[in-house]
Design a protein around this ligand. Sequence first.
Ligand code: HEM
Length: 202
Amino acid sequence: MMLVAGTKTSAMSLEWAFSNMLNNPHVLKKGMDEVDTQVGQDRLLDEPDFSNLHYIQCIIYENLRLCPPAPLLVPHVASERCSLGGYDIPSGAMVLVNAWSIHRNPNVWEDPLSFMPERFQNGRGDSYKLMPFGLGRRGCPGEAMALRVINLVMGQLLQCFEFTTVDGKEIDMTETAATLMVKITPLELMCKARPNTHNLLA
Ligand code: HEM
């Protein structure tokens, strides 16, 4: 469980993040600029840098909003009869939370289908609106680790490589409607080492 829940989700999230950034090159550039300004090219980005990488954090939240790796979270069972949003839920009923739909609800988010990391510039805000890791006692125990891993991989990739699409066309964002939100067309991109990458990795 730890291996499946802990690796595939973060890897998928990075694939969606780079797809979203390639379709929004101004976001990609702003992310690279932030890494260059806050970390530079003399050393490899590392965990202590995270607190200075505000825009990278915004990209990560915005990507988890539009592309939650577990769009229906994980099935829950009502341990006793209860009422939810005006519906009677009998004891023992399976409850699925459609986080994907909540994350794209225009009553909850402004311009919900646009990829706009800036909407998180003042932090995550009302945490009940953004729930890619679920909420409460059965929420994902790996949330903190996942955010760190994604931050580290995304930050170091932006620091070391320039990314472009293969053929100049928009990345296809079609997704599967399944337990995990998988890209139907796996992401293919071009990456070119930046001038100082060899020294950074030496
Ligand atoms: C982007 C990365 C990740 C996402 C989006 C994610 C999402 C989720 C979600 C939605 C749930 C169900 C929560 C609920 O039903 O309320 C969950 C459960 C779980 N996650 Fe994650 N997860 C991620 C990374 C990780 C990592 C890194 C680990 C461990 C190293 C992990 C371990 C688990 C485990 C063990 C559960 C089951 C918890 C339980 O049943 O009480 N996850 N995750």
